[in-house]
Ligand binder design. Structure first.
Ligand SMILES: Nc1ncnc2c1ncn2[C@@H]1O[C@H](COP(=O)(O)OP(=O)(O)OP(=O)(O)O)[C@@H](O)[C@H]1O
Ligand SMILES: [Mg+2]
Length: 331
């Protein structure tokens, strides 16, 4: 299933797509290992869909190169197409057909027998929790059901590479969880997934590696841990034995950590931010242990203590802040 030469499902170098003056994708380099979920994270208009369309051979690049399983997306588009499937940001099933009819029709279009198409359709509807809705027209499906049938349609033939373009945008938490489970199941069967999302928790939940893109460029890339480490170590959470000691504890933390300290609603709890874009995780844990020693010396008992990584939200804000022009930031 993997490409013999590189082991990469996707490899792009300097990929460019322009629309008039707009460089929607402006020199994107990606290396997506096979067999994993790779997250492409970015705000509206970042160039996610445009990138996916080029990789899925639906849009011709204006510059750079892209290979899928070692095949060039322009010169060997047919070879690429035979191994990929795309679930678009806007669902592509036929509204007037029922769930079953849609899947059977697609199965037939892919050249499967009537029987095979019906069996596969039933199997997928069951797996996606749509058996009860199988006989209803898709236009009467809820957003979550709609997204699930769309993903089901895209994995009728198990693709080697599945593009999921914002699969959970607009879904409620329960439906999002269902889609996440489906993505995990698809990957467990050996499919590589390229997932675009605006949601950091989604990338956090599903992706092994993440590329953060903004204005057509990759502004950070790595594992979740690497991305989090790149913006500093995050927050120290403390819970004291005595509420009366909190004010003194706050002062000590502020001095030793040289950081903002927040008093929580819980009268025993404090949170301090350690680490900034310039520091790394190790510096933060050293600072935190120094702070604990200072608290002990002052006779303050700490009941619980944790040093957490920053959330991907914090990472994303830190990264996009630095690339946002001042006039845009002010707007
Ligand atoms: N067919 C097109 N013609 C002209 N401009 C386009 C076209 N498709 C995309 N663009 C522009 O390219 C840029 C990137 O768009 P794209 O759809 O790739 O962003 P996105 O990251 O998918 O955003 P979203 O999260 O809103 O889906 C935007 O400025 C968009 O307006
Ligand atoms: Mg998009």
């Amino acid at each position: 299933m993997s490409d013999q030469t590189t082991g990469l499902a996707i490899e792009t170098a300097g990929l460019v797509k322009t629309f008039g003056e707009n460089r929607a994708v402006d020199g994107v380099d990606l290396s997506v290992p096979t067999g994993t979920v790779y997250g492409v994270l970015g705000p509206n208009g970042a160039g996610k869909t445009t990138t996916v369309k080029m990789l899925a051979t639906l849009l011709r690049p204006d510059g750079g190169q892209a290979h899928v399983f070692g095949r060039d997306v322009v010169r060997e588009a047919d070879a690429v197409r035979s191994r990929v499937s795309l679930t678009g940001q806007y669902a592509s099933v036929d509204e007037d057909l029922t769930g079953t009819e849609n899947l059977i029709l697609l199965g037939r279009l892919m050249g499967h027998s009537k029987k095979a198409s019906a069996d596969r359709s039933e199997q997928l509807l069951e797996a996606f929790g749509l058996t009860d809705a199988a006989g209803r027209q898709v236009k009467n499906y809820s957003g979550g059901m709609r997204r699930r049938i769309d993903i089901a349609a895209s994995i009728l033939n198990t693709p080697d590479l599945l593009f999921l373009d914002e699969p959970t945008t607009g879904l409620d938490p329960r439906s999002r969880n269902q889609v996440w489970d489906i993505v995990r199941a698809v990957v467990a069967q050996g499919t590589t997934v390229l997932l675009t999302t605006q949601y950091l928790d989604e990338a956090d939940q599903l992706a092994s590696r993440i590329a953060v893109i903004d204005k057509g460029r990759v502004i950070a890339e790595g594992t979740k841990g690497e991305l989090k480490a790149s913006v500093g170590a995050g927050a120290v959470h403390l819970r004291l034995r005595e509420a009366a000691q909190r004010v003194e504890a706050e002062q000590i933390l502020r001095l030793t950590l040289d950081a903002q300290v927040q008093l929580e609603a819980d009268p025993l709890a404090l949170t301090a931010r350690v680490g900034d874009a310039a520091s790394n995780g190790r510096g933060a844990s050293e600072k935190a242990s120094r702070a604990l020693a200072e608290l002990a010396r002052a006779g303050i008992t700490v009941d619980t203590f944790s040093l957490g990584q920053p959330s991907l939200d914090e990472v994303f804000l830190a990264l996009t802040d630095s690339t946002t022009a001042p006039e845009e930031a002010a707007a």
